[in-house]
Design a protein around this ligand. Sequence first.
Ligand SMILES: [Mg+2]
Length: 176
Amino acid sequence: MKNRLTPTYMFATYRDVTPEFLAAHGIRALLSDIDNTLAPYEQPEPDDDIRAWIAALQEAGIRIALVSNNHAARVELFNRTLGLPAFPDSHKPGKKYLLRAMEEMGVTPAETAVLGDQLLTDAYAGQRMGLPAIIVPPIRDKRNLFFRFKRLLERRFIRKYAKLHGREDYMKFWKV
Ligand SMILES: [Mg+2]
């Protein structure tokens, strides 16, 4: 089976996903996760860093949609002042809402990437559809057993990326 869990690209934070990087890789649209990618679970609204990052992308002509597995109330409050196309309860790695987001933005898979913090949902969802998966470390993980188990499963794929790209420093983000 083709490896759909190893990230296509990794960055230490979403802020490093710049318009220049995206343009250089032919990416004109981002399907972005919210929780632990842009903000921790307990942060209900975007901060200035998030706003500045989104504004910079939009100024460069890059489209962005929020595609989240969290519920509608969380996504709507987070998006209230952003006004992005937003899809709660998206059931990633299901394809349905990723396809719908691309449709709403009027973009094709060939020019779109997924941005997220989880390999089993975000990376897998994107790569099974042929979209590059840009992965960032979780901002502040829940420390329960379920999340620790997920991170443990992810480590071998992060290690694969780290070795391939000489980024062993990223392993520190996947301590279990
Ligand atoms: Mg997430």
